[in-house]
Design a protein around this ligand. Sequence first.
Ligand code: G6Q
Length: 551
Amino acid sequence: MPTFSLPASPTFQALEQQLQQARTWQVRDLFKQDSGRFDALSFEGAGLFVDFSKNIIDRHTLYLLCDLARDADLSTKRDAMFAGDKINQTEHRAVLHTALRRPAGDHLHVDDQNVIADVQAVLDRMSSFAERVRSGDWQGHDGRAITDIVNIGIGGSYLGPKMTCQALRPFAHPRLKTHFVSNVDGHDLAALLPQLDAATTLFIIASKTFTTSETMTNAQSARAWFLRNAPESELARHFVAVSTQTDLVTQFGIDAANMFPFWDWVGGRYSVWSAIGLSLMLSIGSEQFKAFLAGAHAMDRHFQTAPLESNLPVLMGLIGIWNRNFLGSDSISIAPYHQDLALFPGYLQQLEMESNGKRVHTDGTTVEVATCPVIWGDTGTNGQHAYFQLLHQGTDVMPVDFIAALKPSHTLPHHQERLLANCFAQSEAFMRGKSADEVRSEMRAQGIAESQIEQLVAHRTFPGNRPSTTILLDSLTPATLGALIALYEHKVFVQGVIWGLNSFDQWGVELGKVLAKNIESELTGAPHPDRHDGSTNGLIARARNAAGKTA
Ligand code: G6Q
């Protein structure tokens, strides 16, 4: 299939013309002119409600953007992903995280193998293991039940499990504490180990390749710590693995019976739905984990079947293209108004920036337009008291994704109304702004002197017209969390298609890994100044001095 080029597409000129008009719009005026705007520009699917109406768009903009998606043959490319075509061309792999959430009994053949049956077989094994640990039937070496689960993994083998365990903490098993160690920095593991009792701790070594330096270093240190506290014969009760590499897992000393496999067609950042989600299943139980998968599957079905014009991931992706490539914004702030989603912005950083942070098309030619914006953010209301100043009055316009649940999972009075009021007020303020005249009359009403008003008026003016999208969940449950993550996954897919990228490789993380290996050998052995520049040699020398090594 030929690579799509955004500027060469038939609809590009029409969108450029639309942009000329859009530059004259004030969204607050569009609401006054069109009483049906909210209903026309908000959509529902898979249990989520998404309000796009505070973006700098009108109905015709969406119509043109959907034409752009048709130019790019989005539907055919989407169907190819779901069918298991090898769309990750640089790694010759299918991209089938969607198969991980399909119902038992479905069929999907990849290389003559029914992958749904394989997925279900692993899910069954995970479920029976999780239920044994949760019930206390799986015991540590002195006969006590497991109390602490430690997931050792990094990147995609860390961010998803940690984010989802936190998001679903109201569903967590009361006896099981879940911990995550990812950083090769020994401060990470060293801070955790004193809190653990080896006899009641279960380590999950989560690594697709089982060669990742950070994970293997932490796994070896955890193993050594365990063996200082328990006999080697007990290792099998306390270490399990999630990987695609049986040989490496057994070489490490983990029983193959305690390894939960997955497949090369599951990308790291799309792997929380696979056995990589074992820590989540241990925490919330297999039934809730299946509800999480079902929520994502509902979003998959919506993405596959809803018309482009009301398809949530399609519209979210296309409005992101409009903001990035036409209106020129270069970052998106993610603002979850739900404390349990505190790690969601960080999770999306990997999902979006590792997937679409690229500068060549699938055929190796250079992309002519800007690709993935910077993704960042923190929970509301905390962000309001920190960096929202810049979002309201800074020189750059940064779209915001607000995410909120209508019903809380706590029972404290007053909090929820205040939380939602803040969420809705922020999107209103970004859109509406406050004109100089409004500032003046407000200050006059407060009896402030004219001279003081004129001193302050520019400071107290808000430009407004700053775009945002609001995503509402009924409440944060395994099903709605699954749908929310899948919404963003498919948004990333849509944008990858429009930019003509392979969203499923990550060659950009390789160079640093190779250089780190060389430098490590120079920190432990002899230096090789011929390999480096003056700065890198200088830094290596300082580290060697600090460690007492001679030049
Ligand atoms: C994600 C990347 C990356 C990966 C980690 C961990 O898409 O591939 O974040 O998940 O590098 O890899 P392993 O699971 O192989 O240890």
